[in-house]
Design a protein around this ligand. Structure first.
Ligand SMILES: Cc1cc2nc3c(=O)[nH]c(=O)nc-3n(C[C@H](O)[C@H](O)[C@H](O)COP(=O)(O)O)c2cc1C
Length: 195
């Protein structure tokens, strides 16, 4: 599937973009140059105070297997009653795509810039990553799952106490057609302030 979304213009991409599914994603992933380009686009986001309140952890190759083994052990600890099928699913989560990027929000108290704004900037980073990958013809999905919220997994990723996973961006080649979903009518979400 060469053309995932309409990338003929920026507006066409914005009007049509939709995620691939990590459940149906395979090789190849982004090559080194494409990965570098995705990251360059990712950091080009509004960032009040120029704090760069985000960082990235790339999971590729056998690192995904080692991480998966640790996820499995953690899941077993959390859910000792779960059987092999649940454990192997957890173990294989990052193996579903050739490249997974954890976008880490490093938002911290600052004398002028609220933490909220720093966190929003991390969301913008995730979206830019999706747009860049889509423009390159690479399937992508922004996930979090339990992985983003477990304190032991955070330690495994090397996160500091104040850091949070904003997203796990799965990147690869979709093995199934992309499915769209109904989109809201923006006018129904919009009012005009009349005082
Ligand atoms: C912060 C965040 C976390 C998400 N986590 C998951 C997730 O763990 N699993 C999932 O299936 N979708 C998750 N999604 C939804 C998908 O990224 C995506 O929105 C959906 O698959 C299709 O929407 P799209 O085609 O507009 O991108 C998450 C979205 C956001 C913004």
């Amino acid at each position: 599937m060469s053309q995932l979304n309409d990338t003929s213009s920026i507006l066409a991409l914005l009007h049509t973009r939709k995620s691939a599914s990590a459940k149906a994603m395979g090789e190849p992933g982004p090559g080194p140059d494409q990965l570098a380009e995705i990251l360059r686009c990712a950091v080009r986001v509004p960032d009040h105070g120029k704090l760069n309140p985000w960082r990235f952890i790339v999971f590729e190759g056998s690192a995904r297997e080692r991480f998966g083994a640790a996820l499995r052990a953690r899941w077993q600890e959390l859910h000792p009653d779960h059987g092999e099928s649940a454990l192997s699913f957890v173990q294989g989560m990052l193996l579903r795509a050739p490249t997974v990027i954890a976008v880490v929000s490093t938002a911290a108290d600052h004398p002028k810039i609220p933490v909220w704004e720093q966190v929003l900037s991390a969301g913008a980073v995730c979206q830019n990553m999706l747009l860049a990958a889509t423009a390159l013809g690479i399937g992508c999905q922004w996930n979090t799952d339990w992985i983003a919220y477990d304190t032991e997994v955070a330690k495994l990723m090397g996160l500091a106490r104040h850091e949070k996973v904003a997203g796990l961006i799965y990147l690869g080649t979709p093995s199934a057609p992309l499915e769209d979903r109904p989109r809201p009518d923006p006018l129904a979400l919009t009012t005009r302030w009349t005082g």
